[in-house]
Design a protein around this ligand. Structure first.
Ligand SMILES: [Ca+2]
Length: 193
């Protein structure tokens, strides 16, 4: 369920709803109007019981093994998989291959991946689309790029996937064939899942 934070009660029946971004916050909706409430300190809103509750009873925040940055959760997987399998592993885990959309996210992901594997390159959720440009896997255009010098090279005209190099290559990006070798990969999920 996704709602506009500008108008969080639009189309919703009267009642209490969890804030999509803040575990402690409640939207109380009355005739389409949102009233914001906060749980007492250290308690999370439990949608199932409609009560403020201990955090361990509430499904909020990043899943096990995922780390939060800017309302998304990220996890580096050290298992080397072909692109299609890495893509499927993220999807099966409730997310997608990581789509770094700004420099802050990119910088956050560097130590996250390097502590899992500091040598190999990681698959990202970026692909070449119609017309030869790159886009995030969800079809939105790139809002940030970190290419290694000389990349993207599209060698042989078939480098349609992206890998995130290790520190030996300055943690930059390279385009490679999607059917290329197996690599570790990074998945991302929404903060509240
Ligand atoms: Ca390349």
């Amino acid at each position: 369920m996704s709602r506009s934070v500008d108008d969080p009660c639009e189309g919703l029946p009267n009642g209490n709803y969890p804030d999509p971004d803040e575990c402690t916050r409640i939207y109380s909706c009355s005739n389409g109007i949102a009233y914001l409430m906060d749980c007492p300190e250290d308690l999370y809103y439990n949608e199932k019981t409609d009560q403020c509750d201990s955090p361990e009873n509430v499904d909020c925040g990043c899943s096990d093994g995922y780390e939060q940055y800017d309302r998304k959760c990220y996890k580096a997987f050290g298992d080397k998989e072909p692109y299609e399998e890495a893509f499927a592993t993220c999807r099966d885990d409730g997310g997608v291959l990581a789509m770094p959309r700004d420099e802050g996210t990119h910088e956050f992901l560097i130590p996250l991946k390097n502590k899992v594997d500091s040598e190999d390159a990681f698959w990202l959720g970026i692909n070449r689309v119609e017309g030869g440009e790159f886009a995030y896997y969800d079809g939105t255009p790139l809002t940030f790029q970190a290419w290694y010098p000389g990349e993207p090279s599209d060698t042989g005209g078939q480098e349609d996937c992206i890998m995130f190099y290790g520190p030996g290559w300055d943690n930059k990006w390279n385009d490679i064939p999607c059917f290329g070798p197996e690599h570790p990969f990074i998945c991302e999920k929404f903060y509240r899942v």
